[in-house]
Design a binder for this molecule. Structure first.
Ligand SMILES: *[C@@H]1O[C@H](CO)[C@@H](O)[C@H](O)[C@H]1NC(C)=O
Ligand SMILES: *[C@@H]1O[C@H](CO)[C@@H](O)[C@H](O)[C@H]1NC(C)=O
Ligand SMILES: *[C@@H]1O[C@H](CO)[C@@H](O)[C@H](O)[C@H]1NC(C)=O
Ligand SMILES: *[C@@H]1O[C@H](CO)[C@@H](O)[C@H](O)[C@H]1NC(C)=O
Ligand SMILES: *[C@@H]1O[C@H](CO)[C@@H](O)[C@H](O)[C@H]1NC(C)=O
Ligand SMILES: *[C@@H]1O[C@H](CO)[C@@H](O)[C@H](O)[C@H]1NC(C)=O
Ligand SMILES: *[C@@H]1O[C@H](CO)[C@@H](O)[C@H](O)[C@H]1NC(C)=O
Ligand SMILES: *[C@@H]1O[C@H](CO)[C@@H](O)[C@H](O)[C@H]1NC(C)=O
Length: 904
């Protein structure tokens, strides 16, 4: 039994051991994200509070988990917590001790839990709590005073609960409460006693939106002395309840009142009467289907600065509608008028708004402007008329004449349905700086009179219109222009050689994009000395830069010395002249994308010391060479060269691939758009994966190659020389050495020689020698004497010595060369050696070769180590086959024998 027990216990001990070792490690891999003093444990399906977070964290996010409770015991170890988020769990109880432990807690988020009741004990010790979120619980009523001890509470969010009353206590409390959010509850009545708890607060913002309030007690707001903002959005108040509300707000400090979508149908002279004694500055009554605004409706709001009346259905605006709004600064009337019925703006409707600076009437169709519509807006600076269709599509000198007394700086006529600008359209707007005429239907020739009177204009936006033809005077009256947008207007030039832009010396931006322009004169931008931004994308300028263009490439960018940003995207360029960007020394951003550029001239960017951004995407560039791009890239921050058919070879791309790898510049799409096209083994491969290790040593390798090659060739040459001409070298070497060492010629004329020649021959040629050489001795006139072994050898002396002596005493040595001679060992081994030795020592060409047969040089060399080339031609004689030449042979032999021995 005991042994059995041992066996059974052993594994358990083991388990314990493993547990002891492993658990600390498992736990130390805490899944929470810890950054500085915050721990984010959200979305982790936790049902317990992790116990191994850093003790000194200040914020803990436990939201989106499965916590049923927050045990103080577990959480109190983090006693420096200031922020605790336990939203989106299933809590329905809160331990009062928690705040005892976490004395520094300031923000507590309990949203989206299952609290239905808030016990009076919960927050007893949460004195330091500043922000408490109890929204999205099922709280249907508050009993007692659960928030009474929250002395420092500033924000209390009770929205999205089931409260039927604003009652949160029966005694004044929370003296520091500033913001109370009660929207989306089931509050039906604003009872006086339900606001008692707020009486000593400093409440500034109260949001009661989305409650089915039907009754408002006139004393409800009585104690809310500091109430600044009241928000009532998406409710069913109706006009009379709004009137009651305003009465209830009488002489309160309310400044901002939002009554958006509260079912008001009209405003009359009693609606806002209750606000008379307030200092209301901002009122928003948008989305109310208000159809009528009676006279004097706003006379009680003399302090109002900001009135928003967007999205209503007003039928008539009369001269007294806005009576009394003398302090108004901003008036927003977007889609203010009826969309279904004909509405009317009577003359002088805005006459009281002496201080209005910003008027927005966007989205009001068929706005009928008369010469007195805006009369009285003597402070108006900004008028927005976006999406208004104005007076039969044509702007005349009357359209804005009512604004002649306004210091208008900006007018926005975007999408106003304008088709034509007549003479003096803006004559009344002498101080206008920004004129937006974009997205209209303007279709005309611009003669310049349209803009007459715009003495201070800085911006004219004419992009996206139907058709505009520019003349030389189009902008003659607006020399102060700084920005001119002419995009997508089917732009044409009436007098192509007279630039419509002449004189715009302050112009900094010119947008001519999307016009399909195919022709520009060289002087088109002449004088635009301030131009910094030029947009020419989506035109058709390719021909202008072709070499084949009649008259050569048109350098239309000439003189734009201050140009910094230029867009030439999608123009079909396939050629770019080397001088295209000459003089554009400030160019920092260039877009040449979506063209057909294949090769860029090497000097193209010579005047651009460094780009900030360069875009060459979707061209036909195959190689990115160091010579052209090194400078261009030196300071670049953004590069886009994606979508080119890169040739991923060492010569084309290695430098670029390496640069891309090491640069700090941003290269958008580097992973997906920089794809090799060629060679085939790289086709479809990302440039990033180009392996440039085989290219790395290209330069040193080249040198090495040249060196090795030269060396090898030289070596081979030397070997060949030695192999085939070595004898010559050796021979002349020996001759020279001997000459230098001073072997003296014994006698040039031969007095010391007993013989004229020593004849060396093979035994088999004896007869020939006797018959053809010895007979020469008979010729008296020559007096020749040969040493002929068979005849002259002194008997008695040892043969070798005799031969040596005989050779010494002969002036010349004659070799009679036949194949017998070559095979005669005696001849070869000794005589020839000795003869040659002597020839060398005496520096004499003392050897005469007589060939009786045709012997190839290689055989001669092979057998006796002599070559014909060692001898001067006169010392080489060939025995003639024809008899009639024998005399000539003899003559030659005599010459050879009589010649000087000196090598000449
Ligand atoms: C103003 O409108 C309210 C609500 O429609 C109405 O009760 C009131 O009598 C009107 N006052 C006047 C003077 O028309
Ligand atoms: C309105 O403002 C004036 C001056 O700023 C101030 O004297 C007055 O008390 C304010 N009225 C209310 C109701 O707050
Ligand atoms: C309000 O308007 C009515 C007519 O609609 C007028 O009789 C009344 O005097 C006006 N009251 C005030 C205070 O202007
Ligand atoms: C005017 O009121 C609107 C809507 O309430 C608000 O968005 C805007 O900021 C206010 N403008 C000023 C100048 O107070
Ligand atoms: C407006 O244009 C008309 C003709 O189109 C002209 O008679 C009238 O004098 C112009 N008004 C102003 C203020 O220039
Ligand atoms: C004019 O309004 C349009 C539409 O709201 C806006 O996009 C554009 O920027 C405005 N123009 C100016 C010059 O502010
Ligand atoms: C151009 O700008 C300069 C400096 O801002 C200014 O002095 C000059 O008057 C402007 N030129 C025109 C024609 O408005
Ligand atoms: C670029 O870097 C990657 C990874 O660091 C490397 O694999 C690749 O060979 C490098 N390419 C070049 C051209 O240096």
């Amino acid at each position: 039994m005991s042994s059995m027990r041992c066996v059974r216990f052993l594994p358990l001990k083991w388990l314990c051991g493993i547990y002891a070792i492993c658990v600390p490690f498992i736990v130390s891999e805490n899944p929470c994200k810890i950054t500085q003093d915050k721990a984010d444990c959200s979305h982790m399906k936790l049902s317990e509070i992790p116990s191994d977070l850093p003790r000194d964290i200040k914020a803990l996010d436990l939201s989106h988990n499965q916590l049923k409770k927050i045990p103080t015991a577990n959480l109190s170890i983090y006693n420096q917590l200031e922020e605790l988020d336990v939203g989106y769990n299933t809590l329905h109880l809160f331990e009062p001790e928690l705040c005892d432990s976490l004395t520094t807690l300031k923000r507590l988020n309990l949203q989206h839990n299952e609290f239905t009741k808030i016990s009076e004990k919960y927050f007893l010790s949460c004195k330091n709590l500043n922000d408490l979120r109890l929204n999205y619980n099922g709280i249907n009523a508050i009993n007692g005073n659960p928030f009474e001890n929250l002395e420092n509470l500033s924000v209390l969010d009770m929205s999205h609960n089931k409260l039927t009353s604003t009652f949160l206590g029966d005694r004044p409390q929370m003296p520091n409460l500033k913001e109370l959010l009660l929207f989306s509850n089931k509050i039906i009545e604003l009872k006086e006693e339900a606001a008692t708890f707020l009486q000593n607060t400093s409440l500034q913002k109260l949001d009661l939106s989305s409650n089915p309030i039907k009754v408002i007690n006139q004393n409800y707001f009585r104690g809310l002395r500091s109430l600044h903002t009241l928000i009532m959005v998406d409710m069913q108040l109706g006009s009379s309840l709004v009137e009651q509300l305003c009465t209830a707000l009488e002489d309160k400090g309310i400044q901002v009142l939002l009554l958006i979508n509260v079912q008001m149908s009209g405003i009359n002279n009693t609606t806002f009467k209750g606000l008379a004694a307030t200092n209301l500055t901002s009122l928003d009554i948008s989305k109310n289907s208000i159809s009528h605004i009676d006279n004097d409706s706003f006379v009680y709001l003399p302090n109002l600065q900001n009135l928003t009346l967007d999205y209503n259905q007003v039928l008539l605006l009369s001269p007294y509608s806005f009576h009394g709004l003398s302090e108004l600064k901003t008036l927003s009337l977007k889609r203010f008028f009826s969309t279904s019925k004909v509405y009317k703006i009577e003359d002088l409707s805005f006459q009281w708004l002496k201080n209005l600076e910003y008027l927005n009437v966007d989205g009001n169709r068929n706005l009928d402007l008369t010469e007195k519509t805006f009369t009285g807006l003597n402070s108006l600076k900004n008028l927005s008329m976006v999406e208004c269709s104005i007076n039969l599509d044509t702007i005349t000198n009357k359209t804005f004449s009512s604004l002649s007394m306004s210091p208008l700086l900006e007018i926005n006529l975007t999408k106003a349905g304008i088709a034509k600008l007549e003479y003096g359209s803006f004559l009344a707007l002498g101080r206008l700086q920004r004129l937006d005429l974009g997205l209209n239907r303007i279709d005309q020739d611009l003669d310049g009179n349209e803009f007459i009177g715009l003495h201070q204009i800085q911006l004219i936006y004419l992009s996206y219109n139907n058709r505009l033809t520019l003349t030389r005077n189009s902008f003659s009256f607006v020399p102060s222009l700084q920005r001119l947008n002419l995009r997508k207007i089917k732009l044409t030039f009436r007098e192509p050689n007279l630039s419509p832009f002449h004189g715009l010396q302050n112009l900094t931006l010119l947008d001519l994009s999307n016009n399909n322009i195919a022709n520009l004169e060289e002087n088109i931008f002449e004088g635009l000395s301030s131009l910094r931004i030029l947009n020419l994308q989506h035109n058709n300028l390719a021909r202008l830069w072709k070499n084949a263009n009649p008259g050569g490439p048109v350098l239309f960018l000439k003189g734009l010395h201050n140009l910094e940003i230029m867009n030439l995207l999608s123009n079909g360029f396939d050629e770019i002249p080397a001088a295209a960007f000459q003089g554009l020394s400030k160019l920092r951003i260039l877009d040449l994308g979506e063209n057909n550029v294949y090769l860029l001239p090497k000097s193209l960017f010579d005047d651009q010391p460094s780009f900030y951004q360069l875009n060459l995407h979707k061209n036909l560039i195959t190689s990115v060479e160091k010579e052209l791009y090194q400078n261009v890239f030196s300071n670049i921050k953004i590069l886009d060269m994606g979508g080119n058919p890169f040739d991923c070879t060492c010569e084309s791309i290695a430098w670029f691939a390496n640069w891309v790898n090491t640069t700090n510049a941003s290269i958008p799409g580097l992973d997906t758009q920089y794809i090799c096209n060629t060679p085939s083994n790289y086709h479809g491969v990302s440039l990033k994966h180009f392996d440039n290790s085989p290219c790395k040593d290209a330069a040193p390798f080249k040198k090495c190659f040249i060196f090795t090659f030269t060396f090898t060739v030289a070596f081979i040459l030397v070997v060949f020389m030695i192999e085939f001409q070595g004898w010559r070298i050796q021979f002349y070497w020996n001759v020279s050495v001997n000459r230098i060492l001073g072997f003296r010629e014994i006698d040039p004329r031969g007095e010391n020689f007993r013989y004229d020649a020593y004849i060396v021959h093979a035994k088999e040629d004896e007869n020939w020698v006797e018959n053809n050489l010895i007979i020469l001795e008979d010729d008296e006139a020559c007096g020749l004497k040969f040493f002929f072994e068979d005849r002259d050898m002194e008997s008695g002396k040892p043969q070798l010595e005799a031969i040596v002596n005989s050779i010494r005493s002969s002036r010349k040595i004659i070799f009679v060369i036949t194949h017998y001679f070559l095979n005669d060992p005696w001849c070869k081994r000794f005589k020839i050696h000795h003869a040659v030795q002597q020839a060398i020592e005496q520096s004499r060409d003392s050897i005469i070769l007589i060939f009786l047969e045709d012997i190839p040089d290689y055989k001669l060399n092979h057998s006796i180590h002599l070559r014909k080339g060692m001898f001067t031609t006169r010392c080489i004689l060939t025995w003639p086959a024809q008899n009639d030449r024998v005399n000539a042979f003899h003559q030659n032999l005599k010459i050879a024998l009589g010649s000087s021995n000196l090598v000449t």
